[in-house]
Design a protein around this ligand. Structure first.
Ligand code: G4F
Length: 357
């Protein structure tokens, strides 16, 4: 059955996360009817999702019958499986639920489509991750061997292989998007980029003196989530299902990210000391603004992720449009604005912040 885009139905798991929100906006702008899965015990959901026109369903990724029932009711043309326990550090503390959600949850989606005999109608996007590459040498692409370094990485690898096996065994349209880190102003505050931009804005406003960080030497390939959700959609519009790396092809350390974030508010950092004793001071005032907390180190770290997205560029015409520096600026601006709006609500003197724009 062929469908025009207008009136196509999409079902997004993980709709309340950063990518879910951007993807919903994109699909709605293309005329899709968008349904989203919300975990039954989730914190209050942002009402803007409903205002945007997303139809929400309470459910649970690890309950196979529940997921099957929702997919039967929604009758989607496209499923985007974004639901996950996505924090790598947390996956060391909760490996069991990480597996349940990321691996068993993925299996529940794939199996639901199969037992409902919807294989020919439904196209599935599986959110795989560059964490699956783990300790493999950079740059990484679709042919790079996987050496995950965390329960999260292994659980995502299980989802990836389930996707490939179901694709080959049941002739299903399943695409694995192997996405490198992608950020935005709506990134969760426990990921390092947003943790940094929020803290920088709060330090500038005098609401916080310093921030603690873990491994400053980690290298990541950071892009903007808006570019990456476009790639997710493109994967499901191809003639044949395949797996694609999405990345910018540029690598930066955590130290570089935090240095640029402070530069965005006009503060130059001076680094002193080494290892866990390393600190950064504001070069002008001499005040310490960054210290290291060894508790933020991971039991096993992925040191160097740098993606090679040539396949996505050549086969789909995908490429990122938002540069690293623009991403940081956008995140800092949004966090300054957030502080300004709180100051205004509390009638505090927000003069310092009017420049935030
Ligand atoms: O921001 P992060 O927590 O992201 P991480 O671990 O790279 O994972 C993210 O990207 C993956 C794609 O490659 C996704 F699959 C995954 O779901 C998630 O979205 O940490 C980035 C780096 C790490 O090396 C970490 O050790 O920053 C280092 N880091 C240093 N200080 C910190 C901190 N990370 C966090 N979260 N908090 C810190 O204070």
């Amino acid at each position: 059955m062929t469908h025009t885009i207008a009136g196509k139905i999409a079902f997004i798991t993980g709709i309340t996360g950063q990518d879910g929100r951007y993807l919903a906006e994109l699909l709605l702008s293309k005329g899709y009817v968008v349904h989203g899965l919300v975990r039954w015990d989730a914190a209050p959901v942002d009402p803007r999702l409903v205002e945007m026109g997303v139809v929400l369903h309470d459910g649970d990724m690890i309950d196979a019958l529940n997921i099957t029932g929702i997919i039967k009711a929604v009758q989607p043309d496209e499923i985007y499986n974004l639901a996950a326990l996505s924090h790598v550090r947390v996956s060391f503390d909760t490996p069991g639920s990480t597996f349940d959600i990321n691996a068993k949850g993925t299996l529940n989606i794939l199996d639901a489509v199969r037992v409902l005999a919807m294989e020919e109608r439904v196209r599935i996007y599986q959110a795989s991750s560059s964490e699956m590459f783990g300790s493999s040498a950079a740059p990484q692409n679709e042919d790079t061997p996987f050496h995950p370094c965390s329960p999260y990485g292994v659980s995502k690898l299980a989802g990836y292989w389930l996707g490939r096996i179901y694709r080959d065994s049941y002739n299903m349209f399943i695409a694995n998007g192997i996405l490198f880190n992608h950020e935005s102003p709506t990134r969760g505050a426990d990921f390092v980029t947003r943790k940094i931009t929020r803290a920088v804005a709060a330090i500038e406003a005098g609401q916080q003196e310093r921030m603690t960080l873990g491994n400053l030497d980690s290298i990541r390939d950071w892009g903007h989530a808006r570019d990456y959700v476009r790639g997710m959609w493109m994967m499901l519009q191809q003639d044949t299902p395949d797996d694609y790396v999405l990345a910018t092809g540029k690598a930066h350390s955590v130290l570089e990210f935090v240095t640029l974030a402070f530069e965005a508010i006009g503060v130059e950092l001076e680094w002193r000391g080494e290892g866990v004793d390393e600190i950064a001071v504001n070069a002008k005032t001499g005040k310490t603004v960054i210290t290291i907390d060894p508790q933020l180190f991971r039991p096993k770290e992925v040191h160097y992720l740098l993606g090679d997205a040539s396949k996505a560029r050549t086969k789909m015409g995908w490429q990122p449009e938002i540069r690293f520096e623009q991403l940081i600026e956008e995140m800092i601006k949004a966090d300054r604005r957030e502080i300004l709006s709180v100051l205004e609500e509390t009638n505090d003197d927000g003069d310092l912040w009017r420049k935030a724009g």
